[in-house]
Design a protein around this ligand. Structure first.
Ligand code: PLP
Length: 499
């Protein structure tokens, strides 16, 4: 693909621009066709057109100043109130819209840190205790806002280990959290037990319902057995929930909700000293795009409770069918007991690489996240996957046979790369390689990485990559042995200290 380095000297024809944009999409994954299991949350073509129109109505309005755009204030207010009521907040519950899950989480962490600054001034090194499966945005928030991130080992079923979480809480803990559900395996953490403990310790408790917030309530209303996770749980003080996921809104819309203003007020930023005047903002951005707010408000009104319940019923039906059909394949196993619409599966056969299966499926036009610990394939199920389920299962079975017949596939291509990345014992080396990828992706040439050639394949190639290039599969075998030894050590350590 050729890259334009200059703004064109003369403005170009609109038709030509749109044709070019469409052509850029040729190599993208076909998310509208039910072949993508992450990143996108499509409903249907009619809704897609609706989102464009709703967003378009407010494309230039800026919610930086609510006094100037009272319409956006009204819409944000209604979105927040509707979300509070869906998640069973009482009349004191409050919240703001944000640009997405990550911003909602950043804000909840900042608010908890600043609340502690006020109420527990002796805490100099604030800490956040989270199950290992928590979304990376929590670690990011800690890095940005100067907290110590304490990830805690999970139970065998991938849910937060209650005892280990309690043990990790100390005098410096300013926030505990759990997910409903977490992303990697789609299971729901034991929110009631964790929040009760947080309350006893007078620590705020955040529920990350970014992916579940606009799905779990509808599943519950549709009669599914969903454990309690929202403001009905005593001790839950804040919730993040994304409208741009199962809320079917346009990208750039989430809510962060609080039990009361006592917690939320620490999210705000106010300065009185700027030469531009007094400046106050409720969350991270300055300029806030009106389109994202309008499209979210429009979507809640267009889909309505009946529409959400209908979509939830359809999606859980498809998710259950995926789960059953994948578990029927002897070489595969769904991880844990995911009660909602996300799941992940691994290979049960040591000689069958799930990463090689992922490579082959992606080659056939499917797209999903490849996960580590354990190596697995993630699936966020959408209503339109009902149309592709049979094709998926049949191609999955074909791919399994192919990978069995070609075990060398585990040691080539992306499978080798992801496999090795997960197994390198010195994580610093992996981090360095990823840094190189980022420097190249966002450097002056903006190149995407070519895993075939190896990450950072210039003279700065990482040592482990050079070893892999030189010794190929033997390097993988050696790492696998290191991995086995690591597992044995871990088991022995666990016997001595179960938490
Ligand atoms: C559980 C969970 N939390 C947070 C996020 C982050 O959301 P975003 O990508 O909108 O920042 C995600 C994204 O998938 C998620 O699944």
């Amino acid at each position: 693909m050729s890259i334009s380095m200059q703004i064109p000297e003369n403005g170009r024809d609109i038709k030509e621009i749109f044709e070019e944009m469409d052509s850029f999409k040729e190599n993208d994954f076909k998310w509208k066709k039910g072949k993508v299991f992450c990143l996108t949350y499509p409903l249907d073509e009619n809704h897609h057109e609706f989102l464009k129109d709703a967003y378009g109505k407010y494309i230039s309005e800026n919610f930086l100043n609510p006094m100037a755009f009272k319409s956006l204030k009204k819409m944000e207010r209604e979105v927040v109130r509707m979300s509070c009521s869906l998640m069973n907040g009482d009349d004191n519950s409050v919240g703001t819209m944000t640009s997405g899950g990550t911003e909602s989480i950043l804000m909840a962490v900042k608010a908890a840190r600043d609340l502690a600054k006020k109420t527990k001034p002796w805490i100099l090194k604030p800490e956040l205790v989270a199950p290992e499966s928590a979304h990376v945005a929590f670690e990011k928030a800690c890095k940005y806002f100067g907290l110590k991130y304490i990830p805690v080992k999970l139970d065998e079923d991938y849910r937060a280990n209650i005892k280990a979480m309690k043990k990790a809480v100390g005098v410096n803990t300013v926030l505990m959290m759990g997910s409903a559900p977490q992303y990697p395996q789609g299971v729901i953490d034991p929110i009631e037990e964790l929040a009760a403990f947080a309350k006893k310790k007078k620590i705020p408790f955040h529920v990350d319902a970014c992916v579940g917030g606009f799905m779990l309530p509808w599943l519950e209303k549709a009669g599914e057995k969903i454990p309690l996770w929202d403001f009905r749980v005593d001790g839950v003080t804040s919730i993040s929930a994304d409208l741009h996921k199962y809320g079917f809104a346009a990208k750039g819309a989430s809510v962060v909700l609080y039990k009361s203003m006592k917690y939320m007020k620490h999210q705000f930023f106010i300065t009185t000293e700027w030469s531009g005047g007094i400046y106050a903002s409720p969350n991270l951005p300055g300029t806030r795009p009106g389109g994202a707010i309008a499209a979210a408000w429009g979507t809640l009104n267009k889909v309505g409770q009946d529409g959400y319940i209908e979509q939830a019923k359809k999606t859980i039906g498809v998710a259950k069918e995926f789960r059953k059909r994948i578990n029927e394949i002897p070489e595969l196993e769904v991880l844990g007991d995911p009660p909602a619409t996300l799941l992940a599966f691994k290979s049960t056969d040591k000689n069958l690489s799930i990463l090689a299966i992922a490579d082959q499926m992606i080659e056939k036009g499917w797209w999903f996240d490849r996960q580590q610990t354990p190596a697995s394939i993630h699936m966020t199920v959408m209503p339109n996957h009902s149309e592709t389920l049979e094709e998926f299962i049949s191609e999955l079975k074909e791919v399994i046979e192919h990978v069995k017949a070609h075990p060398e596939l585990a040691k080539t291509g992306d499978a080798a790369m992801y496999g090795m990345m997960a197994k390198i014992p010195a994580r610093g080396l992996v981090k360095k390689s990823v840094e190189k990828v980022m420097e190249s992706m966002w450097g002056p040439t903006g190149e995407l990485p070519d895993f075939e050639k190896g990450i950072g394949s210039d003279e700065g190639a990482p040592v482990w990559m050079k070893l892999a290039d030189k010794y190929g599969p033997q390097a993988m075998d050696a790492l696998e042995k290191v991995d086995n030894v690591k597992d044995k050590i871990k088991k022995e350590v666990k016997k001595l200290n179960p938490f």
